[in-house]
Design a protein around this ligand. Structure first.
Ligand code: GLN
Length: 188
C-alpha cells in the first residue's frame, strides 16, 4: 500500500490520484501507519509545519529509516523535506542529494501554472502548478534530471526517490504518479 503523509498540506488530492490508478492509500499520521506501506508520498503544503509535526509525532526518524529501503515521492514542500539542506526553519530528511531554496519563485501571488516537458524515456507534456515553489540549487551526479523550466530543474530522481518542485496532483493527469508507482514496483 502507498502511504501519503497526512499531517498538513494537499494530501487528499494525492489520495485521489492514487484512487484513479486503483492503488490503495494509507494516510500516514503515525509510525504504525507507515509500517503498513511500501512507498510514501510527501505532499506539498508548508515545510516548516510538516517538519515540526513530523518531529512532534515521532515520524521524522521513522520516515528517514523508511527511506533506506522504500521509495519516497516528495512534491514542493515534500521535496524540501527530502533535500539535504541545513535550514534553521525546516529540519530536512536528507534522502535526496540536492539542495533547495525555499519560496524561490516569489510570493503566493507569483504562483503559476506552466506546461513542462518531462523526460521519462519518452518525452511527455505535463501541466505543472508551482505554488510558492522552491528551486533546486545543487544536485549531485547521482541525481537524474527529468525536466526543467527556464533551465531550472523541476523534477529529479535519485534511485528509488522522486521529487518535484511543482504540484503534480492538481489537474487530474496521473502521469507523474504513475511513473513513481512503476519506479517503485507498486504497479506494472
Ligand atoms: N513555500 C512552501 C514551503 O516552503 C512550499 C509550498 C508548497 O508546497 N506548495 O514549504
Amino acid at each position: 500500500m502507498v502511504g501519503v503523509l497526512a499531517l498538513q498540506g494537499n494530501y487528499q488530492m494525492h489520495a485521489n490520484m492514487l484512487a484513479k490508478l486503483n492503488v490503495e492509500t494509507v494516510f500516514v499520521k503515525k509510525t504504525s501507519d507507515l509500517l503498513k506501506c511500501s512507498s510514501l508520498i510527501i505532499p506539498g503544503g508548508e515545510s516548516t509545519v510538516i517538519s515540526k509535526l513530523m518531529v512532534k509525532y515521532n515520524l521524522f526518524d521513522s520516515v528517514k529509516d523508511f527511506s533506506i529501503n522504500h521509495g519516497i515521492f516528495g512534491t514542493c514542500a515534500g521535496l524540501i523535506m527530502m533535500a539535504k539542506n541545513t535550514l534553521k526553519e525546516v529540519r530536512t530528511l536528507n534522502v535526496i542529494d540536492a539542495e533547495v531554496l525555499r519560496n524561490a519563485w516569489g510570493r503566493q501571488i507569483d504562483s503559476f501554472t506552466a506546461n513542462i516537458e518531462v523526460d521519462f524515456d519518452e518525452v511527455y507534456d505535463f501541466k505543472a502548478t508551482f505554488i510558492r515553489a522552491p528551486k533546486i540549487m545543487n544536485i549531485s551526479k547521482t541525481v537524474k534530471l527529468l525536466g526543467s523550466i527556464n533551465s531550472e530543474p523541476v523534477i529529479i530522481q535519485e534511485g528509488k526517490h522522486l521529487a518535484t518542485t511543482f504540484h503534480p496532483e492538481m489537474h487530474g493527469d496521473t502521469l507523474i504518479h504513475k511513473y513513481f508507482l512503476k519506479m517503485v514496483g507498486e504497479i506494472d
